[in-house]
Design a protein around this ligand. Structure first.
Ligand SMILES: Cc1cc2nc3c(=O)[nH]c(=O)nc-3n(C[C@H](O)[C@H](O)[C@H](O)COP(=O)(O)O)c2cc1C
Length: 305
């Protein structure tokens, strides 16, 4: 009996109709802004994150490569993000880099993989808590591979339950986010587990034919109400795209590939300026849609063509 040998880690993503990034970008681009100018005002932007207040709801999403594109490395990118009044999210791959960021006192969030062993997870969460992380997260879409087998990278991963998430949430006073939610089902279970929030994310085309994050976002917001802080990512590279997400019900966004590109092109100053530019564009979209602050984004102002 033959066994199936996967050609690549992420499966058959070269087939266009299966490419979730393309499906998601096409949906994003069909959303347009209905501006309104009468009785408009200059908006204010203050984004609550845990016990901090940030200057922007746009944070740098976890993505590898900051160490390869600038001499200032990943720590330089984290510092540049803090310069813009934002927070740097990073992956689970490099504990040395992560320790450097924490030692430097730069506010950052680490996305921990769904390790099978909860004891190991509790150790990592204790490390983050004791060393001043701004929060912690888990990319829940890594329990199984795209082919439905248990996933692993150095350590064994596994799908997690509501009871697991409750345990991990109660292990630290820091904000805890589940990244990779793309269904009302998972959002409701996240709320039941008592986590701080979720990141609605397709994880860079990890699964074929996935619903666009911006399409499922309003349904998730309706289902969970204010029980969760909702972040979203996936091709949100300008302030106008960020505004679309906020108008559809998100509290904030992550941007990964766009931030890496800005860092690659112009280093730390370029990354800081990019975050400030996206935030300025967002402020423009807010002011000219009658959205005075992040809590009062005009939900009627985004229309699907
Ligand atoms: C090269 C690469 C590495 C990534 N590594 C991680 C990771 O370690 N953890 C994680 O949660 N997401 C990771 N992601 C997913 C991103 O955080 C993000 O969810 C995705 O790229 C969509 O956002 P974007 O369109 O702003 O890039 C990675 C994405 C890319 C392209």
């Amino acid at each position: 009996m033959a066994t199936f040998i996967p050609k690549g880690k992420n499966g058959p993503v070269v087939i266009k109709s299966l490419n979730s990034n393309q499906i998601s970008d096409a949906y994003r681009d069909r959303l347009v802004i209905s501006y309104q100018f009468i009785e408009s005002c200059v908006p204010t932007i203050a984004f609550p994150f845990g016990d901090r207040v940030l200057n922007t709801p746009v944070m740098v999403g976890p993505i590898g490569g900051f160490d390869r594109v600038s001499e200032a490395g990943t720590l330089g990118a984290a510092r540049a993000t803090a310069e813009a009044g934002s927070i740097f999210w990073t992956g689970f791959h490099n504990k040395t880099e992560w320790t450097e960021i924490l030692k430097a006192g730069v506010p950052a969030v680490r996305v921990i993989k769904p390790l099978k062993d909860n004891k190991r997870l509790l150790e990592e969460i204790a490390f983050d808590t004791e060393n001043g992380a701004a929060g912690y997260a888990m990319d829940i879409d890594h329990g199984l591979t795209v082919y439905g087998e248990l996933d692993a990278q150095q350590e064994q991963f596994s799908p997690k339950t509501v009871a697991d998430f409750r345990l991990l949430s109660e292990a630290s006073p820091l904000p805890f986010f589940l990244k990779g939610v793309v269904s009302v089902h998972d959002a409701l279970l996240a709320a039941e587990a008592g986590v701080t929030g979720i990141v609605i994310s397709g994880h860079n085309n990890r699964f074929p034919c996935a619903v666009p994050p911006l399409k499922i976002l309003p349904k998730i917001r309706e289902a969970v109400g204010d029980r969760l802080q909702i972040l979203v990512d996936g091709g949100l590279n300008t302030g106008y795209e960020v505004f679309k997400a906020l108008a559809l019900g998100a509290d904030g966004v992550l941007s990964a590939r766009g931030m890496l590109a800005a860092y690659s092109k112009e280093g730390p100053d370029g990354l800081t300026q990019h975050i400030l530019e996206v935030t300025a564009e967002l402020k423009g979209a807010m002011g000219n849609t009658g959205s005075p602050d992040l809590k009062h984004i005009n939900r009627e102002s985004v229309i699907l063509l």
